[in-house]
Design a protein around this ligand. Structure first.
Ligand code: GRF
Length: 220
């Protein structure tokens, strides 16, 4: 039975998708805790309602990143995690923290990495004029939004799209790929070779989301 600790900062819809998949698919794992850096993160209420231990390590109470990360690591380690899942956790982590959980910490980023790391990814995608956009689940390394990619979801970008419409269409895809990636980890099926992640035995590591419009001819 593997212990999963999930870190959130806000809504927590990806966390919720993982919690529900863990229960409904009977993973060999349990959600040991959900921790937030924000006391008012709405996702904490859902986690508590499921009987999951919740905790807050409020970053505003720490004078620097290193002391916050040390307190966060202490809170995480109290739950003896096999995997740390960053699910909308909006803090930049120190290299020491990342090293502590090397190979056992995942993140979801709303772009097709390595394109568009950082914030405002949907705006970045529109400004670049890309025709395909998406989300990536990756192992966390010291470089921001970087690291071996476990699974990606892709959606079509149309001239009508806005950052909000892209976010809305992408979120259901995120809710499919993040639980999938975490399940593979707890099933011991992920192998990393030369920076590439393989699933053993293989399963699709790319989800093609719905296109924005119905193609001509479909209605005929
Ligand atoms: C998601 O879009 C995720 O990709 C990004 O922040 C958002 C978090 O949403 N990192 P939620 O808190 O999981 O609902």
């Amino acid at each position: 039975m593997k212990n999963i600790v999930i870190l959130i900062s806000g809504r927590g819809s990806n966390m919720e998708a993982i919690v529900r998949a863990c229960a409904s698919q009977s993973w060999p794992a349990r959600i040991a805790a959900v921790l937030s850096n924000r006391p008012d993160a709405p996702g904490l209420r859902f986690a508590a309602s499921q009987g999951i231990p919740v905790g807050v390590v409020d970053h505003t109470q720490y004078s620097d990143r290193a002391s916050f990360d040390a307190a966060l690591a202490k809170a995480i380690d109290a739950h003896v995690p096999d995997l740390v899942v960053l699910a909308g956790f909006m803090r930049i982590l120190t290299p020491e923290f990342v090293e502590r959980y090397a190979g056992r910490m995942m993140n979801i980023h709303p772009s097709l990495l390595p394109s568009f790391p950082g914030l405002h990814t949907h705006r970045q995608a529109l400004d670049a004029g890309v025709k395909v956009h998406g989300a990536s689940v990756h192992f966390v390394t010291a470089a921001l939004d970087h690291g071996p990619i476990v699974v990606q979801a892709a959606i079509e970008v149309t001239p009508e799209d806005t950052p909000q419409s892209l976010a809305e269409r992408l979120l259901p895809c995120e809710h499919q790929i993040y639980p999938r990636a975490v399940r593979w980890f707890v099933e011991d099926r992920l192998r990393v070779h030369d920076g590439a992640v393989h699933v053993d035995p293989p399963e699709p590591q790319l989800l093609i989301g719905l296109s924005a419009s119905t193609t001509e001819g479909d209605a005929a």
